[in-house]
Design a binder for this molecule. Structure first.
Ligand code: SAM
Length: 253
């Protein structure tokens, strides 16, 4: 049975897709996607021998060798240009996912949809998408086994639609929680917290950022023990960062 996280990723795959799941591990996602008809055919890519063998086994046990090709290789090297229309990359850091996309740009020409689930570093991935003309179309957030995950989807941005990505991340004025004046939600903060997540906030989003605030407070506490001048500067930056997040959280509630 799929985890809720993988289930939510699978539900974003349009029926009949040609799918590549990169970093597929046990190939749970492509197997379920083919079984439910979401993928007509799939490639399960794995760079590491253990997970690769696990994927081969899983696909054989499901009797799906005809529909799922398990291939060993780094990132998008396992697919040909034009071979798939949907790519999923899940369960890795945002910077690793961004570097997989970056190294495989020659394979992305005919891809219609990216479904990405970074465990950390979501901002790095959002920035990569923005800078490489992939329009962020949705963001989901879920909690499973005490961990919080985000799932992002992106489609190629056509020349005339380029403006919409810019609009998505354009800094905004929000009413201040004090009831007086406004504060600026910067592009930086939108990249960090997710423009779609902020448009449709959930309690999981609030939980995530309260957790992040706790972590930042921990760093702040350890910095305050240091007498270095650089620590002073870093503390000030951290406090500003925390204030911004708190303002946003206050508006979401
Ligand atoms: N995608 C599955 C999921 O979300 O449950 C598995 C996630 S698992 C934590 C990450 C997998 O990515 C590992 O099996 C690892 O071997 C694989 N991986 C890491 N870097 C990779 C790369 N550059 N190319 C292909 N696979 C990679």
């Amino acid at each position: 049975k799929l985890s809720r996280r993988l289930e939510m990723i699978m539900e974003l795959i349009p029926n009949g897709s040609r799918l590549a799941d990169i970093g597929s591990d046990h190939a749970m996602l492509p197997v379920a996607a083919v079984q439910t008809g979401r993928a007509a055919q799939a490639v399960a890519g794995e760079v590491n021998p253990g997970p690769f063998q696990a994927a081969v086994k899983q696909v054989a046990e499901a009797g799906l060798q005809g529909q799922i090709a398990v291939r060993r290789g780094d990132g998008l090297a396992v697919i040909e240009a034009g071979e798939v229309d949907v790519i999923t990359v899940a369960g890795m850091g945002g910077s690793l996912i961004a570097s997989i996309l970056d190294n495989g740009q020659d394979k992305l020409g005919e891809v219609k949809l990216l479904i990405l689930q970074p465990n950390v570093g979501e901002d790095i991935l959002r920035r990569w998408l923005l800078e490489h003309h992939w329009l962020l179309t949705s963001e989901k957030i879920l909690e499973e086994d005490g961990k919080i995950y985000e799932i992002l989807t992106a489609i190629p941005e056509k020349e005339d639609e380029r403006i919409s990505s810019r609009l998505l991340y354009e800094s905004q004025q929000w009413p201040s929680s004090s009831g007086e004046g406004t504060f600026t939600v910067t592009t930086e903060l939108l990249l960090r917290m997710g423009p779609w997540l902020l448009k449709g906030p959930t309690s999981t989003l609030t939980d995530k950022w309260n957790g992040e605030l706790d972590k930042l407070q921990g760093i702040l506490n350890s910095l305050s023990a240091s007498k270095l001048e650089s620590a002073e500067m870093k503390s000030r930056q951290l406090r500003e960062e925390m204030d911004q997040i708190k303002e946003v959280l206050a508006c979401l509630q």
